[in-house]
Design a protein around this ligand. Structure first.
Ligand SMILES: *[C@@H]1O[C@H](CO)[C@@H](O)[C@H](O)[C@H]1NC(C)=O
Ligand SMILES: *[C@@H]1O[C@H](CO)[C@@H](O)[C@H](O)[C@H]1NC(C)=O
Length: 149
């Protein structure tokens, strides 16, 4: 029954295709998880959203992958926690701007995974420690602002 096999193959291609689609569409969930420990306000705003792309501070490409995150001047929103290491799973990120917050802690090494990152602005926060060695992998980085105050 060749047609049965054909259906089987087509079904697999279809399911496999859907899986890829799901993997690609996951950025908003990653962001939601990453923000779990920040204010419930921000989490609810972004939260659970299959599509967080319309949210202030978030920009996506046409495939709903997050390409830019800008949470700046937002003492009340991000509070004084550290950068969640899950941010390093937003692999399409080209711009990460967390300047003028009052964030603490050490910089997560996971940001070194963001190979597409062009702008990294962490100015005016209260980070401690060193710039992680892994940041040497940020080969597309054009602008880096890191002043620890
Ligand atoms: C949130 O905080 C808990 C307890 O401090 C910690 O175990 C967990 O790893 C944190 N999660 C994120 C996403 O930072
Ligand atoms: C980041 O945000 C600050 C404050 O809103 C702004 O002045 C700066 O231009 C932004 N940096 C980048 C690289 O977009």
């Amino acid at each position: 029954m060749p047609s049965k096999y054909l259906y089987f193959i087509l079904a697999n291609i279809f399911l496999f295709g859907l899986n890829i689609q799901n993997v690609l569409a996951n950025d908003c969930e990653i962001l939601t998880n990453a923000l779990t420990n920040f204010s419930s306000n921000l989490k609810t705003q972004i939260g659970g959203a299959k599509n967080c792309c319309w949210q202030k501070g978030v920009a996506c490409n046409s495939e709903k992958q997050i390409v830019s995150l800008e949470f700046t001047d937002s003492y009340s929103v991000l509070g004084n926690k550290g950068i969640p290491s899950e941010i390093g799973n937003l692999l399409n990120l080209e711009k990460l701007n967390l300047s003028y917050n009052s964030m603490n802690g050490e910089l997560p090494s996971s940001i070194g995974k963001l190979k597409n990152l062009k702008f990294l602005n962490l100015k005016d926060n209260h980070f401690e420690g060193y710039i992680p060695y892994e940041y040497k992998n940020l080969e597309n980085l054009e602008t880096l602002y890191v002043f620890f105050l």
